[in-house]
Design a protein around this ligand. Structure first.
Ligand code: GDP
Length: 305
C-alpha cells in the first residue's frame, strides 16, 4: 500500500531539496503537486483540501522559509499533517501518542462485534484477533458466527478456531443471529471466557436488511468494541461503506485489510476524517498472524519513506 503515493511525494520533495533556498512560489508549486498525488491515491477530496490547507498555513510562515534546510521543514510539516489525517497526534515533546488499539477494558466476558461487507476479511480478522488475544494476552476467547445466511460461514469460523487454538460456539442449525449471540454470551459467562468475538453476516453491498440486522444484533449484544472490517483495495468504496456503517450501526474502530496488496492508500488517509472512527488494526496477509497495530506516525513515515 502507498507505493505510488510515496514515490510521487518523494519526487516532489527531492525537487524541493535541490532548490536550497525556498520562496513562497516554490512551496505553492510543491503543494499543488502534493494535492495531485493525494487525489491520485484516492484520498477523499475534502480530506485532501484540508490537509493541503493545513500544510500551507504552517509552511508559509516566514520561519520555515528562512530555516537552514527549508525543504526538510516542509517535509516535517507534511509528515505531521499526515499523522493527524490518520488520526494520530503528538505530545508536547513532539513524540507520537500511543495509537488507540483494541479496548478490552470491561467486565468479562467482553463482547467484540465484527461487522462489514462480505469478502472484506471479517471472518479471517476474527480469527486473527482471537489468535492474538490468546497468544499475546493469554485471554480465553470464544468465537461465534452469527451468519445464518451462508451456512459455510459458520463452518469457516469453526475451522479458523481450530487453527488458532480457540473455541468456537457449537453450531445449532435454525437459530437466529440474536439466539446465537445470546447463547454465545451465556456460554462465555458460564465457562468464564474473557472475550467473545461475534462475527456477523456480510452482504456484497450495503442494504437496509443488512444494516437492520447488524444494528439489532448490536443493540442486543451491547458490544464493548464494534469493529468494522474494510478492504483497503476498494479505495473510495471502503470510505463510503464505513460512513454508512458509522451512521446506521455505529462503530468504535476500523480494521483495514489487504494492506499487503497494491492499494493506493487513500481509504486509510480518509477514514478518520470521514467517519470519526479510528483505524485500530491492519490486516497484512491471509495468514492468521498477519495482523498489525495501527500507528499513524509509522504509516506517515512509510508514506514519506
Ligand atoms: P468475509 O466474507 O468478510 O468474512 O471475508 P473472509 O475473511 O472470508 O476473507 C475473504 C478472503 O480475503 C479470504 O481469502 C482471506 O484469506 C482474504 N483476506 C482476508 N484478510 C486479508 C488480508 O489482510 N490480506 C490478504 N491478502 N488477504 C486477506
Amino acid at each position: 500500500m502507498f507505493e505510488a503515493l510515496s514515490g510521487k511525494l518523494n519526487g516532489v520533495f527531492d525537487r524541493l531539496r535541490r532548490r536550497g533556498a525556498l520562496g513562497e512560489n516554490d512551496v505553492a508549486e510543491a503543494l499543488r503537486e502534493v494535492r495531485i498525488a493525494l487525489l491520485e491515491a484516492d484520498v477523499a477530496l475534502p480530506v485532501v483540501k484540508d490537509l493541503v490547507a493545513k500544510v500551507r498555513e504552517r509552511a508559509v510562515g516566514q520561519e520555515v522559509l528562512r530555516a537552514v534546510a527549508p525543504a526538510q521543514q516542509v517535509v516535517k510539516i507534511v509528515h505531521d499533517c499526515l499523522v493527524e489525517a490518520l488520526g494520530g497526534s503528538v505530545d508536547a515533546e513532539g513524540e507520537p501518542k500511543a495509537a488507540p488499539g483494541l479496548d478490552l477494558n470491561a467486565p468479562a466476558p467482553v463482547p467484540i462485534l465484527m461487522v462489514g461487507l462480505q469478502g472484506s476479511g471479517k471472518t479471517t480478522t476474527s480469527g486473527k484477533i482471537a489468535l492474538r488475544l490468546r497468544e499475546k494476552q493469554k485471554k480465553k476467547v470464544l468465537l461465534a458466527s452469527l451468519d445464518v445466511h451462508r451456512p459455510a460461514a459458520q463452518l469457516q469460523l469453526e475451522t479458523l478456531a481450530r487453527q488458532t487454538g480457540v473455541t468456537s460456539l457449537p453450531i445449532v442449525p435454525g437459530q437466529t443471529p440474536l439466539e446465537i449471540a445470546a447463547r454465545a454470551m451465556e456460554t462465555a459467562r458460564r465457562e468464564l471466557y474473557d472475550v467473545v468475538v461475534l462475527d456477523t453476516a456480510g452482504r456484497l453491498a450495503i442494504d437496509e436488511a443488512l444494516m437492520a440486522e447488524v444494528a439489532e444484533v448490536k443493540r442486543f449484544a451491547n458490544p464493548h468494541e464494534t469493529l468494522l472490517v474494510v478492504d483497503a483495495m476498494t479505495g473510495q468504496d471502503a470510505v463510503v461503506t464505513a460512513r454508512a456503517f458509522q451512521e446506521k450501526v455505529g462503530v468504535t474502530g476500523i480494521v483495514m485489510t489487504r494492506i499487503d496488496g497494491d492499494a493506493r492508500g487513500g481509504a486509510a488517509l480518509s477514514m478518520r476524517s470521514v467517519t470519526g472512527a479510528p483505524i485500530k488494526l491492519l490486516g497484512a496477509g491471509e495468514k492468521l498472524d498477519a495482523l498489525e497495530d495501527f500507528h499513524p506516525d509509522r504509516i506517515a513515515g512509510r508514506i514519506l519513506g
